[in-house]
Design a binder for this molecule. Structure first.
Ligand code: C5P
Length: 234
């Protein structure tokens, strides 16, 4: 099973992103995550540029629409040569199946496809009161992960603290991609359910997504290398 550290490139522009990544010149090219902000600002060209520079890319656009629309949108994304993309599991098993179909190229190859279960910004109380989901958070996350597995997806995004539960329910080969990573000696920022890279490895995360602990570090390359060392135990 591949394990890696993914840097969340939560920058507003191409210029900021490329300046940040320039500091990794001559070293291991980090796996990077491009989210809605950067993609909406710069369009697919930023993805092509990062691929051209040799970075593996997780395109974090969290698609959620009717199955036919998601299938067609995924067909477009399949042409971008990214390594990973995602949808909301709340779109149903049918929508996730359509996403997978759209993403699969004529030769049968495709990027990894993972599902968002419940956003970590959603509390159990809001989920129950506003979304009228009566089950608890843990049960909901496991069910959504099982739906993703049933649809043929490769894994889910979840909190590192939920990774073990997802693995128990869906199997060791079902990927867990986990944000909410902080060094033991650092600030939590706005994240609540957090853990360290080393602990995420012990719990069974396959990919950790790290933003500010690397992007806002005085020495981002050193911070990234610390993540690799702790997470991959190298
Ligand atoms: O800066 P930080 O390490 O908190 O960044 C985490 C990244 O992971 C951000 O891009 C955030 O949007 C993303 N994310 C998250 N929680 C989720 C899903 C995605 O923090 N449940």
């Amino acid at each position: 099973m591949p394990k890696d550290v993914i840097i969340a490139c939560d920058f507003a522009s191409r210029q900021q992103t490329l300046e940040f990544l320039d500091s990794f010149e001559g070293r291991r090219k980090p796996f990077v995550k491009i989210g809605m902000e950067l993609f909406y600002a710069e369009g697919p060209d930023i993805v092509r540029e990062l691929r051209r520079r040799g970075h593996p890319v997780f395109l974090d656009l969290k698609l959620h629409d009717i199955p036919n629309t998601v299938k067609k949108a995924m067909r477009v994304l399949s042409g971008l040569d990214v390594q990973m993309c995602n949808v909301h599991a709340a779109g149903t098993v049918e929508m996730m199946r359509a996403a997978l179909e759209g993403l699969t190229r004529e030769d049968g190859s495709r990027p990894l496809l993972i599902a968002v279960t419940q956003l970590t910004s959603t509390s159990e109380e809001r989920m129950q009161k506003e979304l009228l989901i009566g089950a608890g958070m843990g049960e909901t996350i496991v069910k959504y992960a099982q739906n993703a597995r049933e649809a043929g997806l490769d894994g889910v995004v979840c909190s590192p603290l939920e990774a073990a539960m997802v693995k128990d329910a869906c199997g060791a080969d079902f990927l867990t991609v986990t944000p909410g990573i902080r060094f033991a000696d650092a600030a939590k920022d706005d994240q609540v359910r957090i853990t360290t890279p080393a602990r995420a490895r012990e719990i069974g995360s396959d990919y950790i997504v790290v933003g500010r602990p690397v992007t806002a570090a005085p020495d981002p390359v050193a911070a990234y290398e610390r993540c690799l060392k702790e997470f991959l135990n190298q």
